[in-house]
Design a protein around this ligand. Structure first.
Ligand code: IPM
Ligand code: MG
Length: 367
């Protein structure tokens, strides 16, 4: 029995979370997996209900769960709140308190969607890259982080980029290990030419590579150049390892290569304790307030996050692959949500796309 915490959050979060729950339901009915799913509040909805975006109760439950699913947080309604009360604080705190330092963001272009990208099909077809983003450090969390008043009436804002050797080492290790079971190449992206954190990052990755991972092909790339290469020739990459902020930016860019940001799942993993792999699974798309509540959201990023959970937290490789194959099948049958709609295809809402996926799961697994 796996205990799952479901944090739907804001915007389209509840709609895509419903999709995740249906898919989990399918796996419990058909593949002998047992789940106990509990809901919890985080983000704007938590602020409205209990007065803060990061309720301790949710954080404690997340730490105790076997896996945590998160829809999305944030929305214009809360934009005016002070920084400490914004929905995003809830997200940053849960990542930090769960200890999920490694954020895996695979960008995979399904064949059926190679024409849906704004890039030429030959640039993106067959694309399969993995961004490994450091998630607990860097400029998101470094201190000082403040806005102060200057004597001349101006304000001064400071964010601090900080990395220690061990923080860099542990994320690089994750990247090297994952590369070994992929195409064995890691590109490490930083700004060693302008930032001392970049210098330390490069030195640390180089040293770890030489001592433990010299079988993996390692290249160093400046983060700005990486951004450019991602649209010029993305298939040159296998695994990209990078810091928290660059990883945020590069993963949105990579998402667009796959056709839509509505397609990209993520897994945030902490240290493995024994057999247990703590994981927080979320689509990378955010709360999309403009389409919230309209049954328009693409549930695929969330459903692919379920696949990542099956793989990383529950060790169910075959089930994860079944789910990924099913998505591929549904797309090749011509089903689309509006974000990936193309001429001649069948447009479905969130719930209908989820049902199409459930039907295809049953069809594929009975073969
Ligand atoms: C993401 C998001 C978050 C981030 C925001 C909502 C704080 O953009 O998960 O990529 O910057 O990490
Ligand atoms: Mg982002």
């Amino acid at each position: 029995m796996y205990n799952i915490l479901a944090i739907a959050g804001d915007g389209i979060g509840p709609e895509v979370m419903d999709a995740a729950k249906s898919v989990l339901g399918w796996f419990s009915q058909n593949r002998g997996l047992a789940f106990r799913i509990e809901d919890a509040l985080l983000g704007g909805v938590a602020f409205e209900t209990v007065g803060r975006p990061d309720p301790d109760e949710t954080i404690e439950k997340a730490k105790a769960a076997d896996a945590v699913f998160l829809g999305a947080v944030g929305g214009p309604k809360w934009d005016q709140l002070p920084f400490s009360q914004r929905p995003e604080r809830g997200l940053l705190r849960i990542r930090k308190d769960m200890g999920t330092f490694a954020n895996l963001r695979p960008a995979l272009c399904f064949d059926a969607l190679k024409d849906a990208s704004t890039l030429k099909p030959e640039i993106v077809s067959g694309l399969d890259i993995l961004i490994v983003r450091e998630l607990m450090g860097g400029v998101y969390f470094g201190e000082p982080k403040e806005i102060t008043d200057l004597p001349d009436g101006q304000k001064r804002a400071v964010d601090t980029q900080v990395y220690t050797t061990s923080e860099i080492e542990r994320i690089a290790r994750v990247a090297f290990e994952l590369a070994r079971v992929r195409r064995n190449a890691v590109a490490s992206a930083e700004k060693a030419n302008a930032m001392v954190t970049g210098t330390l990052w490069r030195q640390t990755v180089t040293k770890l590579h030489a001592s433990e991972y010299s079988d993996v092909k390692l290249s160093h790339i400046l983060a700005d150049s990486c951004a450019m290469q991602l649209v010029r020739n993305p298939k040159q990459f296998d695994v990209i390892v990078t810091d928290n902020l660059f990883g945020d930016v590069l993963s949105d860019e990579a998402a667009q290569l796959t056709g839509s940001i509505g397609m990209l799942p993520s897994a945030s993993l902490g240290a493995r304790t024994g057999k247990q792999q703590l994981g927080l699974y979320e689509p990378i798309h955010g709360s999309a307030p403009d389409i919230a509540g309209k049954n328009l959201a693409n549930p695929i990023a969330m459903i692919l996050s379920v696949a990542m959970c099956l793989r990383y937290s529950f060790g169910r490789q075959t089930d994860a692959e079944l789910l990924e194959k099913t998505i591929d099948r549904v797309l090749s049958e011509g089903y689309r949500t509006s974000d990936i709609m193309q001429p001649g295809m069948t447009k479905l809402g969130t719930a209908e796309m989820t049902n199409a996926i459930l039907r295809a799961l049953s069809a594929l697994s009975s073969k």
